[in-house]
Design a protein around this ligand. Structure first.
Ligand SMILES: [Fe+2]
Length: 378
């Protein structure tokens, strides 16, 4: 049996943030980072909360939100007696707010809180997922939280909030979207419902990511990438991801490579590994290969047979990576070889054990992860 459930109400397109004025008689706290605060974006959101009795801003979110920040956020919400939290920012801000709200729900169940997520990048899909990642900086470990209570009540996708994202961020986060949708599409848990979401997300992302990268002020491209991110988020929330994320999580934790960038660098090699077209020579094509080829056809790439479809998809992604100046090797991403060799055994082990890897379409060993990472070597 398969299940599919969407709890989060999604408001999107032009002026979506005007929805905030419909919130009445609540004490609101905006959780965001210092950039959103100093740039005036947080105030712009606060000004829309006209029906709230109080609006306060907690702007201490940092990339890879640490446990201490979650604790500080809980203290802030308690002091301000918040009953609605507005998470504003990229994946870190939304994950941080989700962590804070979850902690409030678990420790102070009498204080009812709703969560509204307003993403300012098009990437994580965090506004519609029941996942959040909190980091133990001292130990260099990322803790994935998984709980239905982490699902925001509402997501507001307003393209005007994304136009300031610089090209490198647009590329990194855009490839996170493509990786989410592709991993959901070939997940061992994939269903008709998640397929529909992933297919649409991929059609949008392959068409509009290059346009959003080339011209950040293109509101249509920004809106479509916001939609793609959200749809891909719904897909992987239902059926999980794969080894691409399993490895990317380790590269992020050990070397602080931005999450989407780590995914992007790995993607061509993970597709080749999963499709295993050479390993299937003379036999039936793998289900993953058939699915990658189907996507190639949907986005208009050459696909006269499965092998060609898989290769077309890999080539298109590689072309986009180069055009968007995404690093192609670990050294280009700033990783020191000695540092890498020192933690490599731990990376291989953790990537295989990562919860995302469990739904990869092809079983994964440490040797497989090592082979994939070799493609990114010096
Ligand atoms: Fe991701």
């Amino acid at each position: 049996m398969k299940r599919f459930k969407i709890k989060t109400e999604v408001c999107f397109s032009d002026n979506a943030i005007d929805t905030l004025s419909e919130i009445k008689n609540k004490r609101a706290v905006i959780i965001t980072d210092s950039f959103m605060s100093s740039s005036g974006a947080a105030k712009r959101i606060a000004d829309k909360l006209t029906g709230c009795t109080s609006v306060d801003i907690f702007d201490q979110v940092r990339p890879d939100p640490p446990i201490e920040m979650v604790v500080a956020g809980v203290k802030f919400l308690t002091e301000h007696q918040a009953d609605v939290v507005v998470a504003l920012g990229g994946g870190s801000s939304i994950d941080a707010a989700k962590g804070v709200v979850l902690m409030m729900k678990k420790t102070r169940p009498e204080q009812k809180i709703s969560l509204i997520a307003i993403p300012t990048t098009s990437g994580t899909g965090s506004e519609v997922t029941e996942f959040a990642v909190i980091t133990d900086k001292e130990r260099g470990i990322k803790y994935p939280l998984v709980d239905e209570e982490l699902l925001p009540d509402m997501a507001i996708l307003d393209p005007s909030l994304v136009v300031t994202a610089p090209p490198a961020v647009t590329a990194d986060t855009g490839f996170d979207v493509i990786t989410h949708a592709l991993e959901a599409y070939v997940s061992t848990n994939a269903s008709d419902a998640s397929d529909a979401l992933a297919e649409k997300a991929l059609e949008l992302a392959f068409e509009y990511l290059p346009k959003a990268y080339a011209d950040g002020s293109n509101l249509i491209a920004r809106e479509k990438m916001h939609s793609a991110s959200c749809l891909a988020g719904m897909a992987f929330n239902a059926v999980s991801l794969g080894v691409n994320h399993g490895i990317a999580h380790q590269l992020g934790a050990k070397f602080h490579i931005p999450h989407g960038r780590a995914n992007a660098m790995l993607l061509p090699y993970v597709i080749a590994f999963n499709a295993d077209v050479d390993g299937h020579f003379g036999r039936e094509d793998s289900q993953a290969a058939l699915r990658y080829a189907r996507i190639a056809t949907r986005i208009g790439l050459p696909c006269s047979n499965t092998r060609m479809g898989v290769q077309s998809l890999i080539d298109e992604i590689s072309y986009m990576l180069d055009m968007m100046k995404v690093p192609r090797t670990l050294s280009q991403a700033g990783v020191n070889k000695d540092d890498y060799m020192a933690v490599k055994p731990a990376i291989l082990k953790a990537a295989v054990a990562d919860p995302c890897t469990a739904t990869n379409p092809r079983p994964v060993t440490e040797e497989d992860v090592s082979d994939i990472l070799k493609r990114l070597a010096w």
